[in-house]
Design a protein around this ligand. Structure first.
Ligand code: UDP
Ligand code: MG
Length: 310
C-alpha cells in the first residue's frame, strides 16, 4: 500500500527537523519490511507560520524525495490545515499526526495492519491522560461528556491521530462545512472502523500552539456545529413556562372573580405579564426549531455514502 502521513505545522521550527527525521525513519523501516511502497510520502502543511517553518520544509523537501510540503496562504487553524493536507495528499491511506510527535508512532504499524485487515478508518485513542495538566484533563473530560450529552458522536480521548482510507478521504471531501471539527465529522462517514490505543508523550520541543483561546474556540465550534440541542432546550423551557403561565393565569382569574382579596388593577397587570412572557419564550423556541432545520440544511452535508453494492 501507498501510505501518506499528513502533518500540520504552525510555527514548529524547533521540532520540525527532528519530527521529519523520525517520521522518515519510520517510513523507511515500514518500507523495508514491505508494509508500504516506496511512493509513500510525508506531507507537511505549513499553516501560515511566521517563523522559519516554511524555509525548513523547503529544505527538507529538496533533500529527500520522501518529503512533500504545502504552504497555506495564511494561518487557518489546525483543522483547516489538516483538511488541506488530507484532501491534497495521495496514498491508499493517510495518517494524520501532529508535528510535535506527542502521539506514539509505534502504533502507526498497528494502524496499517488494521487497514490491511479491512478497516477504512482507524482511530488512535489515548489510554490515559497522565501527560496532561490537571486543568486540561478536567476540561477535556467535561468536553467529551458534554458532547455526548448533546448527542454528538465523538470518540472519547481520540484527537486527530487517525488513519483514513482513500475511500474515507473521498467521503470527507463531500462535507462542505466551513466550521470544521474533524473529530465530529469522521465518525459521520461510518464505514468499517477500528481503534488502536497509545500513550501520549510530552511535546518534543517548542510549546503548545493551542492556547486556551483556541481550545475554547474549537469546543464551541464542536458544540454548535454538531448539535441543535441548545435550541431544543429553549423550546422545552418555553413550553414548560407556557404551561406554568396557563396555570397561573387561571389562578389569577380565580382570585379576581371569586375572592375579594384582589387589589384593584392586580389581575390586569399580572395576567398579561405571565401570559406574554410564556408566549414569547415558546415562540422563541419555535423559531429555534426552524433555525435548527435551516442550519442543518445550509450545511448541505452528504446524506449517505454507499459502502458496497452487490
Ligand atoms: N497547528 C496548526 N495551526 C494552528 C495551531 C496548531 O497547524 O493554528 C498544528 C501544530 O503545529 C501541531 C498540531 O496543530 O502540529 C497540534 O498543535 P499542538 O501540538 O500545539 O496542540 P496540543 O498538542 O498542545 O493540544
Ligand atoms: Mg501537541
Amino acid at each position: 500500500m501507498n501510505l501518506g502521513i499528513v502533518v500540520p505545522c504552525f510555527n514548529e521550527q524547533e521540532v520540525l527537523r527532528e519530527s521529519s527525521a523520525r517520521l522518515s525513519a519510520l517510513m523507511d523501516a515500514l518500507q523495508a519490511r514491505g508494509k508500504i511502497t516506496s511512493e509513500s510520502r510525508l506531507w507537511f502543511v505549513d499553516d501560515g507560520s511566521n517563523d522559519t517553518t516554511w524555509e525548513i520544509l523547503e529544505e527538507l523537501a529538496q533533500a529527500s524525495t520522501r518529503v512533500r510540503a504545502l504552504k497555506l496562504s495564511r494561518n487557518r487553524g489546525h483543522q483547516n490545515a489538516l483538511l488541506a493536507g488530507l484532501l491534497t495528499a495521495d496514498g491508499d491511506a493517510l495518517i494524520s499526526v501532529d508535528a510535535d510527535l506527542q502521539d506514539d508512532l509505534d502504533v502507526v504499524e498497528q494502524m496499517i495492519d488494521r487497514f490491511v485487515d479491512g478497516s477504512e478508518i482507524v482511530y488512535g485513542v489515548r489510554r490515559g491522560r497522565d501527560s496532561d495538566s490537571i486543568s486540561k484533563r478536567l476540561t477535556a473530560v467535561a468536553f467529551y461528556r458534554f458532547m455526548h450529552l448533546l448527542g454528538a458522536k465523538t470518540i472519547f480521548n481520540h484527537a486527530d491521530f487517525r488513519l483514513m482510507s482513500r475511500r474515507a478521504i473521498e467521503a470527507l471531501r463531500e462535507f462542505r462545512e466551513v466550521n470544521l471539527f474533524l473529530r465530529g465529522i469522521v465518525p459521520l462517514i461510518g464505514l468499517n472502523s477500528a481503534q488502536v490505543y497509545y500513550d501520549r508523550h510530552e511535546r518534543l520541543a517548542g510549546e503548545t500552539k493551542y492556547p486556551l483561546r483556541k481550545m475554547l474556540g474549537l469546543a464551541l465550534n464542536a458544540i454548535t456545529s454538531f448539535s441543535v440541542t441548545p435550541l431544543r432546550i429553549i423550546t422545552t423551557i418555553g413550553f414548560l413556562i407556557f404551561l406554568f403561565t396557563m396555570a397561573t393565569s387561571l389562578w389569577v382569574l380565580w382570585v379576581r372573580l371569586f375572592s375579594d382579596s384582589a387589589v384593584p388593577g392586580w389581575a390586569s397587570t399580572v395576567l398579561p405579564m405571565y401570559f406574554l412572557g410564556g408566549i414569547q419564550i415558546l415562540c422563541l423556541g419555535v423559531i429555534g426549531e426552524y433555525l435548527g432545520k435551516l442550519y442543518s440544511e445550509s450545511k448541505a452535508r452528504p446524506r449517505y455514502f454507499i459502502e458496497r453494492v452487490v
